[in-house]
Design a protein around this ligand. Structure first.
Ligand code: 5GP
Length: 242
């Protein structure tokens, strides 16, 4: 499988067409960004850690019956994936209140959210990813009600699987963001990545942060140690490639 032309260069990943028309090659770069890309640093091996962590999580989800775009890891930071037409919605699931939720609403930091909150944001840096609702999504022509319901159901299934998966590694899945896309037949599949870039992960004992929030808070020298900690806890030694 060979790389063809670049089709999308995001803040941290580059997507290429491949010699097989229905597959893409996703390169996870070492860039780390915050504030809609306003701040950017390069972190050694960050791309590989995120690609390997994402690949592991996608495999776990597939084992639990959730279809993803993941096919294979070609190199530590390069993923072969099914080609999807991405839906410009960031589906966020929250198990514990923190981040923008406590900044925008009268809810205490650390409140356990039962049932979890499912939130959908418009993926658009120019508009700063504003929160959507069903009628906005339909008015903008982004998705139908049936598709919104599928996204909600899939996001909650992913949450259920990953809460257990991370708990076994001594990690609390506080909240996370996922993105979906449609394959050539119109099926909705989980796409993009699930990594410490788009999840809040807290150590179950100490409640220490193990994710990109450290970078958002300016703790640049601690963030890669946290990513490596997540990698070490969830990737068995036999599957470690860096
Ligand atoms: P919040 O809305 O509290 O800032 O974020 C909620 C969750 O979604 C966090 O786990 C955060 O990492 C993730 N998230 C929200 N927006 C984005 C985004 O634009 N990019 C990434 N990588 N994650 C996001």
């Amino acid at each position: 499988m060979d790389k063809k032309e670049l089709i999308n260069s995001g803040k941290v990943k580059s997507v290429y067409n491949s010699t097989d028309d229905d597959k893409v090659i996703i390169e996870f770069r070492d860039d780390m960004t915050a504030g809609d890309g306003a701040r950017k640093e390069v972190m050694t091996n960050k791309g590989a850690y995120n690609a390997i962590i994402s690949a592991k999580i996608f495999k776990v989800l597939e084992e639990n019956g959730i279809e993803t775009q993941f096919i294979d890891l070609l190199e530590p930071n390069v993923m072969l994936a099914k080609k999807l037409e991405m839906i410009p919605i960031e589906v966020i699931v929250r198990n514990i209140a923190t981040g923008s939720l406590v900044r925008k609403y009268p809810i205490d930091e650390g409140t356990r959210l039962e049932p979890p909150i499912v939130q959908m944001d418009f993926k658009d840096d120019e508009y700063h990813d504003p929160m959507l609702n069903d009628s906005l999504i339909k008015a903008l022509g982004i998705a139908t009600q049936e598709e919104i319901d599928i996204l909600t159901e899939k996001a909650l299934e992913i949450n259920e699987s990953l809460v257990k998966f991370f708990a076994d590694a001594g990690i609390i899945l506080v909240d996370f963001k996922v993105e979906f896309g449609k394959d050539a037949e119109g099926n909705i599949l989980l796409g993009d990545e699930i990594s410490p870039d788009g999840c809040r992960l807290w150590d179950s004992e100490t409640l220490d942060m193990l994710d990109k929030e450290l970078f958002r808070k300016g703790k640049d020298n601690e963030v890669m140690d946290a990513y490596v900690e997540v990698y070490n806890r969830i990737i068995p030694d036999s599957e470690k490639v860096i």
